[in-house]
Design a protein around this ligand. Structure first.
Ligand SMILES: [Fe+2]
Ligand SMILES: [Fe+2]
Length: 171
């Protein structure tokens, strides 16, 4: 089970805080857990180490907003190393955005590439389905308030908008 393999990681503050972060319009923690569950099932099919795959999946998008599409894997891989994860976990994380970014060099890396894509697709499906009963927008509203990165971005947008308004008035 994912929760048994990654019990310690799930209590780590960097993972816990993702419950308040937005990612693909859903809760980032949900995306990480979906990726971990898919990894758990795909790993034996590709002859990969299940524990490495699951632990890499739980950590693979930490602080992704500090990087770009191609670089955020390296950021999360660094965090994994700092937390004390072995090189195999970090290597799998670095290449999870393939073909955007580096090509995986291990079976575990390939598992995470596939699991992450499947999880992203499921994220989208959940979001669209939730639009019909209002759940998705409710979650989005909550995340807008709880995600410091999102709040900061919104503040910058408001500042930029008011700056432009002032410019127009002055002109
Ligand atoms: Fe990612
Ligand atoms: Fe991801």
């Amino acid at each position: 089970m994912v929760r048994t393999i990654a019990a310690d990681l799930l209590e780590h503050p960097k993972v816990v805080e993702t419950r308040n972060h937005i990612h693909h319009s859903v809760v980032k923690h949900d995306h990480l857990m979906r990726s971990a569950r898919y990894s758990y099932h795909i790993a034996p099919l590709l002859g990969a180490d299940r524990r490495t795959c699951v632990r890499a999946a739980v950590l693979h998008d930490l602080d992704s907003r500090l990087g770009t599409l191609t670089t955020h894997g390296a950021i999360a891989a660094n965090i994994a190393s700092e937390i004390g994860e072995p090189q195999e976990v970090a290597s799998a994380i670095i290449s999870h955005m393939y073909p955007f970014g580096p090509r995986p060099t291990t079976r575990e890396g390939w598992v995470l590439v596939i699991a992450d894509k499947m999880a992203s697709l499921t994220d989208l499906t959940h979001f669209v389905r939730g639009l019909f009963n209002g759940r998705s927008l409710k979650v989005r509203r909550r995340l807008r308030e709880s995600d410091p990165f999102f709040a900061e971005r919104e503040k910058r947008k408001v500042c930029a908008a008011s700056f432009l308004r002032c410019q127009r008035i002055d002109a």
